[in-house]
Design a protein around this ligand. Sequence first.
Ligand code: SF4
Length: 309
Amino acid sequence: MSAVWIDKEIDTPAQERVKEPKIGRETHKLEKRLCRQVGQAIIDFNMIEEGDRVMVCVSGGKDSFGLLDILLKLQSRAPVKFELVAVNLDQKQPGFPDHILPEYLKQLGVPFHIETQDTYSIVKKVVPEGKTMCSLCSRLRRGILYRVADELKITKIALGHHRDDMLQTFFLNMFFGGKLKGMPPKLVSDDGGHIVIRPLANVAEKDLVRWAAHRQFPIIPCSLCGSQENLQRQQIGNMLRDWEKKHPGRIESMFTALQNVVPSHLMDRKRHNFTDIKTTGVPNPEGDKMFDAEEFARPSLPALQMVQI
Ligand code: SF4
């Protein structure tokens, strides 16, 4: 089979191009980058396999619209056959425009399911006024989505978290949770019954903002529930943006670091057996350099692979 996940020579199919607005050179580059980065994440973490039925969780925000859009593009050129089912959970927040997603998804021609569950009323009833509603709300949402995934015979649940979400989570865990722990590109769900994937793992948020503007996604505002976005996450987001402004390339370097963990140089006794360390007599550049200062050769990002089947 000559189809590939990542192929710089493959352009958007002609029929697809007809439906899209005319795109300039920069937007064309952006589209190629998005497809390449998503394809790379799928390969690196073996996210999508032959016969998968992937549930794409679409909230109405730019990230999930972008995820669905790019997965649809890749579906036609992927080396494996898989299905996509867009799923939206209408939580009955006041003012939620429930016609927008069905209309958009119908127009797109993608199989979809809208699950309507009034979790908003439950959360409002249970959580005292002034307290944050997010933790109960997201727990309820998770449970519903797991059930829907079972009903739809889904094999993978795809979420629209991107590179910046993953870095923010890493710093949130470090600053407020005392853990070196990020947001995984692929993991079994907490109920043990589903595989969750994040195909936008390599994608920068600013690219998704540009792509959403170009594609004119019918974005639904995310403030309908009246709950404030997590303040700590906002602060971390501002910190990262500030760093990137002052030190361009820092975000990329930190993101690469998440893929280059050296347990022997940390202090987690569960990850490295410090107790039984023995000399080897074999020189090792990764060994301890005593008083020498660390050299910081810029790590290269994992090389792009061309996978042909
Ligand atoms: S912001 Fe609103 S919809 Fe989102 S998790 Fe919090 S309460 Fe739920």
